[in-house]
Structure formats: structure tokens, C-alpha cells
Design a protein around this ligand. Sequence first.
Ligand code: PAF
Length: 297
Amino acid sequence: MNLFRNIQDLRQYLKQERLKAALEGKVLETGFVPTMGYLHEGHASLLREARRNNDLVVLSIFVNPIQFGPNEDFERYPRDEAKDLQLAEQEGVDAVFLPSVGEMYPAQTLTKITVSQQLTGGLCGASRPGHFDGVTTVVSKLFNIVEPERAYFGQKDAQQVAVITQMVKDLNMPVQIVPCPIRREEDGLALSSRNVYLAPAEREAALVLSRQLLHVQELINEGGTLTAGEAKETLLHAFTAEPLAEVDYVEVVRFPGLQPLGDSERIAQDGEVLVAVAVKFGSTRLIDNVILSKKGV
Ligand code: PAF
């Protein structure tokens, strides 16, 4: 496995690999998994999907400062380079890109992507202003560096998937975005690098998210008559009954357009609907979601 800390060396490596393949009459297809590290089974599943469908797999590990707000957890975001490299090796990654903040953002960085409020005005964008501008800016920089055919993102960050898919379309980026299913612990908790912050009682309390989302999913699958308002009420009721939970949002929107459903609109009558929640347990903000459709989940 090759490890690169600067852009030029990674580009040189990728150029050589592509040239070698071209000399053999082949086109080398690259699958890319961008992450902020502290890798878990969710990331491993993205790497396996990339490995299955590409000749070369590139993983980036970069805690991107510009997607964190001033009072968020950039400084304390968990980091474990040695463990991440071990997981990458196990998953057969060809190249890991581990740049410093200075490498990604040299002193004079004056250009940034701005995403329309139409996609970022609700859900996480509402409580994290500027977050998706930071995400799209770093992801587009990484795409320009790696030039992958395919890039893999977890569906837990459903709004991120919608925003990046739209960015690629709007800016004609030659990369296919591949969303991958949420990975969960055996008891249902969605895997997240931030789960490590949870005290045992908070972790136990956090199970209310997956249990209640699953409950809404079952109601839809069984009867299909639940309205957006009823779904939100069911979730809010359960979350507010949990003393350690502090609700940030409970939203029901179309996917991938993210337009909110009216409270009286029925879920899963046509197209896909995203039921998404963000809830704080102590100082840890967790997100989770289900995507529902007429055909079932
Ligand atoms: O989902 C993440 O880990 C990050 O938002 C990403 C896509 C790596 C950009 O920093």
C-alpha cells in the first residue's frame, strides 16, 4: 500500500499507474473513498465496494477544517492514523492520501464552492451554516487531485450524498457518485466516528434513533398511509421522552431533491422520501435516517 502526504506525489503515482495500464492497452479505473479518518466498518464497506468495481482504490483521510463551524469539534475530532492505515491495508487499498491542512489549503486560498440554500437550508445545513460549502469545496479539490471514475459515500449522510450528486451534475465532473447503505452496530446504532464520544448511558439512550426510525419504516411498509406530520410526531414524541436526548431536527423530505413534505402529505406514495433526524446526547450530535419508497425500503 502506498502512502502520500502531498498532492504532487499522489498525482505522479496515479499518472504512472494509468500510463502502465495504457501501455498494456487497458484503461485503469479508479474508485475513491474520501473520509475524515477514524475508520470503522462503515468506511470498510465503502472500500470493499470500491475494491469490487475498480482496478485501483484510493482512500483519503483528511479532517477538513472548513466544514466545521467555530463551536464544533474540529480540534477534538477523533484521529488514529496507525489504526486507519491498518484497516486500509486489510481492505486492499492501493493508495492512501493523508495531506496536512497546509497542503490542502495553502495561505492564499481564495476560491470556494457555494451550494444553494434550496439544498442546504434544511436538515444539517440549517444547524451547520457553511458546512456543505466546506464539504463540496474539499470534495471537488480531492476529485481534481485523484480524478476517480467512481466515488463512494455513506447514505448516513444523506444530505451530503444529495449535495455532492448535485455538485457533480452542475459542474460536469466526470465521476460517478455511488451511495452505499448505512452500516449499523448489532443493536441498531448507526456507525459513526463520533460514537466514541458517547458515555455508556448516552450510547444506550441513542438507540432510540434507530428503533424509532425502524418503527416508522415498518408502519410505512405495513400500511403505507402515514403522513409526514404523523411520522414527525411519532419520532418527536419518542425522542422527547428520552431524558438524555435533545432534538436538533426531525424532517421528512423528498430524496434527492430535499423538498420538505407538507404535514398532511402521505409518505411513500411516489418517489423516495427521506426521514432524517439529528439529536444531541450530551455534547455529541448524532444523525440517522431511513429512505422510504412505495416499493419498500
Ligand atoms: O463524510 C465525510 O467524512 C466528509 O464530509 C468528507 C466527504 C470526507 C469531506 O470532508
